[in-house]
Design a protein around this ligand. Sequence first.
Ligand SMILES: [Zn+2]
Ligand SMILES: [Zn+2]
Length: 403
Amino acid sequence: MAVPADILRTAVERYLDLHAHPELSGAEHRTAGLFAAWLTAEECSVTTGIGGHGVAGVLRNGDGPTVLLRAELDALPVTERTGLPYASTVRGVMHACGHDLHLAALAAAVTLLARERDSWSGTLVALGQPAEESLTGARAVLTDGLYERVPVPDVVLAQHCAPIAAGTVAHARGPLLAGSRTLEVVLHGRGGHAGAPQLTVDPVVAAAAVVTRLQAVVARETDPAEQAVLTVGRLHAGDQPNVVPDDAELGITLRAFTEDALDRLTAAVERVVRAESEASACPTPPEVTVTGSSPVLMADGATARAVFAAQAAHFGAARMRDWPGGMATEDFPLLGAAGAGLHGRSGIRSVYWMLGTASSAGVAAVPAPVPGNHSPEYAPDVRTALPTGIEALAAAARALLPA
Ligand SMILES: [Zn+2]
Ligand SMILES: [Zn+2]
C-alpha cells in the first residue's frame, strides 16, 4: 500500500525543514528536539540525551519481538552547491549524506505503523543516532546505556541513501559496507635552516617516501580479488618555505571487508613507516596510533532474506536491486552483534539496505556522474526516494513483527 497522502505531506515538510537546518556531529540539538517531538506525537515513550543528542522512542503493541529502526541525526561540514530552494541555510554545513531523508522516512514509518497497529504485534524502537559521520555516535549511545533505557532489540534495521535509481532498494549478498581503521602517524626529523639541509633530518622527504611506498600495499601486497583501500587523507609538515620542520604528520584511512585484511593493512603501514623513518635516519622512532575503527557491515542472512522478500512483495521485483558492497563505512553494526563487546547482548541480528536517491534524469545523464553522498551537489530525488524509504522501513518492520 502506498503511503497515505497526509503522512507523505508531513514527511516532505519535515525533510525540507531538516535539510535547510543541518547540524554537525555532536551538535544535533535542534534535530534531536524535532525528532523527539515527532515520536512523542505518535505516543511513543521517548528518551532524549542518550550519548549526546541521541533520541529513542518506544512503541509497545502487544506480544512479540522487539525491532529497532535507526536513522542518523547529523550532517557534514560541506558547503551546499545544489542551488535548491530548500538548500542549507547554515553556512558550511549540509545534509550531504541523506540523513535528513532517513529521519523523515523513519518518523513517517512510525506514524504509519502506529496508525495500522492491527497489522503487527511486538515492540518498535525508533532511534535517532547522533554523530554517525564521526563514527562515534553508536558507541556513545551504547556506553550511555541505550539497551538499559529501551527494550533490547532482537533485530536492528537501517537504510542508507545511495546514488542508485530512486524508487529502488538494494540488498547485498555479502558485506554491505567496509570495516575501517583510522591511523595517525608522526615522523620525527630534526628541523633547521632550509639552506643547510645537511644539518637537518627532513621529515617532509620521509613523509613523501612513506606516501609513495604505501601505494604499493594495496597494489602489490593485497590479493587482486580482495577489495581494500589505503588513503593518506591528511599530510602536514612545516609552515615556512625556508624552515625544515621537526615533524611530519599523516592521517590514514584503511578500508576492507574482513578484520584480517584490516590487521594486515595496519601492520603494513607500521612496517613502511618504521622502515622509511630508518631509511631517512630520523633521530627518534615514528609513532603509529590507531585512533578509530568501525566494523564490517554484514546483514544477518536469514533475517535479511525475510526483509528482502517482504520488500519485493511490496515493491515488485523490478524495484529490488543487488548491492555489490561499498567501501564507505558505518558504525551501525555496533548496535547489533558486532557491538556485543560494548552492550553485552549477544545474538542481535542486523539488516541494512541501500535506498536509491538518483533521479531518472540524473541516471540518464551519461557520462556525467550523479553527484553521490558527501558531494556538495548531492540532491536526492525526494519525491520518489522518500515514499520508498517510508515503505521499505514499514514493510521490513511488519515482516519481523507479524500480527
Ligand atoms: Zn556520510
Ligand atoms: Zn551517511
